[in-house]
Design a protein around this ligand. Structure first.
Ligand code: ZN
Length: 509
């Protein structure tokens, strides 16, 4: 067996363990009775420890070294070279971060999540504060151990979006604010669309599910390698490209939650299902830092795909011109007096609100700007945890012109910090920006694209995304993928053009 093959065999074992971990996670989020939580946590910790031990074993370093020697003369862009390089990088980072910090973060997580859940329910930030302080401190230690050039937050950002820095984010957010503020101002001045038919009528769950499934299959989601289940917090998760599952949440009095939730998760799933079969059970379908089986290269790139299918395709006028009739067949009474135009306006309503996950396409990015500013300040030490609620209220007022009446609608709304995750929030906005950049490039490069979308044929779009993004899995960094497929680095131009075109028509100035 060649040195590379031996290396690949070890990576396959680690990927298998990660797929088992993912399966435990899927089960906990969809099937497991509440009583199973404690032992499930122990099972996950055991498998995770085996993956960690296998990866950090000195034998792994030997295998990496031998494989490096074997692939040294090969094309720097070959999957083999990329796989070895990424394993080496992950190995170095894992070795730098003290094991004691990693285990403290892991132990603290379930405790902090349950304290957070109670604090949120009781609108009691003070109860959560000491736990958050501990999480910030541990993340600061991770940043210091990983190392950084300019800002400790850069180190944390790079775990979720390789190469991303605070200074890049500052430029990005300034451009977005300059472009978004005028759209938001026009939206606020425009009359609110009617949404009574969505909030006051009953939509049976079974029909919501059937419609959502029918649509995501049109996108290309393959049910032979996937399935849709109900859950509380929707997610997508995979155990190799051969089994990529999505979940959604049903509300009888807000059907868009399930439908757009399924569109969103199906975008994540198309990415995973589209990986090159040759990369199955490889380093390029494994997050070796977090022991998570995933084909997407970064959080931001993954999110660009969920948002592309959910928003650029699924919330477009063209999409509903094709499919509103079908939706009406599922809900003939509920939508009997609702014209296509009314429906389109209802699902694209823009209005400042307190909760990030319920925000529309325009205001969503402001929620991210706020969180990124908070994270950056907490990590550099210029904001104290105890002052966070006050800072939050001021920022919401200056960004969106609203002030949350309590901390449940403020800094207690997201689970991220309770889970010990600091640095992942930018990915949502990066996802928005990249989604439009990819979509614009696809339409420019494939002349028949728009015609195909107009007749609800999503195959050319899926083919372009698979060829340029999905098949490569984690082989190329986000910046490399952007440059190779769109011809330019991250660029807010296409996203702002997209929003201006769409909302310029909805809210003429
Ligand atoms: Zn997502």
């Amino acid at each position: 067996m060649s040195a590379y093959d031996e290396f690949a065999r070890r990576m396959a074992r680690i990927n298998d363990l990660c797929c088992v971990l993912n399966l435990l996670t899927w089960d906990a989020g969809t099937q497991m009775p509440p009583g199973g939580a404690e032992t499930r946590g122990q099972q996950a910790a055991t498998i995770s420890a085996i993956a960690f031990e296998t990866f950090t074993d000195p034998k792994t370093l030997e295998l990496i070294r031998a494989a490096e020697a074997e692939v040294a003369g090969e094309d720097p862009d070959s999957y083999r070279r990329r796989a070895v390089e990424q394993a080496r990088q992950a190995y170095e980072i894992t070795r730098r971060v003290p094991a004691e910090v990693v285990s403290q973060l892991k132990e603290l997580r379930p405790v902090t999540e349950s304290v957070w859940a109670r604090a949120r329910a009781g609108e009691n930030f003070a109860a959560f504060a000491p736990y958050l302080e501990r999480m910030v401190e541990l993340n600061r230690r991770v940043a210091d151990a990983m190392g950084y050039d300019e800002h400790p937050y850069d180190a944390l950002l790079s775990r979720y979006e390789p190469g991303l820095t605070v200074s890049q984010l500052q430029v990005l957010f300034a451009e977005l604010r300059a472009g978004l503020d005028p759209i938001l101002a026009r939206a606020k001045a425009a009359p609110s669309p009617r949404i009574d038919f969505l909030t006051e009528r009953d939509y049976p769950e079974e029909a919501q599910r059937a419609f959502a499934l029918e649509m995501v299959q049109k996108f290309g989601y393959d049910l032979n390698r996937g399935r849709l289940d109900p859950t509380v917090h929707p997610f997508e998760i995979s155990f190799t490209r051969q089994d990529v599952r999505i979940t959604t949440r049903y509300q009888r009095r807000w059907m868009p939650a399930a439908v757009f939730g399924a569109f969103h998760e199906s975008g994540h799933a198309l990415y995973e299902q589209g990986a090159d079969p040759a990369l199955t059970r490889s380093a390029l379908t494994t997050d070796l830092l977090d022991f998570y089986a995933v084909a997407g290269v970064s959080y931001g790139l993954h999110e660009s795909q969920s948002r592309l299918w959910e928003n650029l395709v699924g919330r477009s006028r063209m999409f509903w011109e094709n499919h509103y009739g079908r939706l009406r067949e599922y809900f003939p009474e509920q939508l009997a007096d609702v014209e296509l135009e009314e429906f389109y306006r209802a699902i694209n309503r823009v209005e400042p609100s307190f909760i990030r996950v319920e925000a529309d396409e325009v205001t969503y990015n402001y929620h991210i700007m706020l969180r990124v500013e908070v994270e950056k300040r907490l990590i550099e030490g210029s904001l104290k945890v105890q002052d966070l609620p006050e800072f939050w209220r001021e920022q919401m007022q200056s960004l969106l012109g609203i002030t949350p009446p309590n901390d449940r609608l403020g800094p207690l709304q997201d689970i991220h910090w309770a889970s010990g995750t600091i640095g992942s929030f930018p990915n949502y906005t990066l996802g928005n920006v990249m989604s439009a950049q990819f979509f614009e490039a696809a339409c420019r490069q494939v002349p028949e694209m728009e015609e195909a979308l107009a007749r609800a044929d999503y195959r050319p779009l899926l083919a372009w995304l698979t060829e340029n993004i999905y098949r490569h899995a984690r082989a190329f960094l986000p910046d490399e993928l952007l440059r190779r497929s769109t011809g330019s680095p991250l660029n807010t131009g296409p996203y702002l053009r997209y929003l201006n075109r769409k909302y310029g028509e909805l809210f003429p100035g």
